[in-house]
Write a protein that binds this ligand. Structure first.
Ligand SMILES: [Zn+2]
Length: 148
């Protein structure tokens, strides 16, 4: 729980929240219920509590590693690839948290990855799309391409 910087009590309500510019953190405006003061926090997103429901229906704990390796595989050999992929995973994780769920489907995660990649790296987007959605032909590919 977050403590109020003025009175050190941990009773507070979130008045407002949004992602930071690069979406790697969540900005929250909090109101202390004890002393009535407002303060701001920046929280690094960590969806470790999440469960992922696989296509088979099997449930498993969310793994950053899985998301990372999926994007890493699709990404071309950039200089500084690890750092760039990590940054993309940060954005993806904050968007997963924005769903406000305790369980997410793998398809929801790959949809978020695709939406994130489309505006950041179109080549990686295309490769990820082909690996994950396996379009059956050109028409199918175009339909999927437009979806994200
Ligand atoms: Zn307070």
């Amino acid at each position: 729980m977050i403590k109020c910087p003025y009175c050190r009590k941990d009773f507070n309500d979130v008045k407002n929240s949004r992602s930071t510019f690069d979406s790697s953190q969540i900005w929250r405006r909090r109101l202390c219920r004890k002393c009535g003061k407002t303060f701001t926090t920046y929280e690094k997103v960590r969806p470790d509590f999440l469960f992922v429901i696989k296509k088979s229906g099997k449930k498993e704990r969310y793994s950053r590693e899985n998301v990372y390796s999926g994007i890493y595989r699709a990404a071309l050999s950039w200089k500084d690839k690890e750092r760039i992929v990590n940054k993309i995973v940060d954005v993806v994780e904050s968007r997963i948290l924005d769903l406000g769920k305790k369980e997410v489907k793998t398809s929801e995660i790959s949809d978020i990855v695709l939406k994130t990649l489309k505006f950041r790296n179109i080549k990686t987007f295309v490769r990820f799309l082909v690996y994950n959605k396996q379009p059956k032909g050109e028409e199918d590919f175009i339909k999927l391409f437009r979806k994200y």
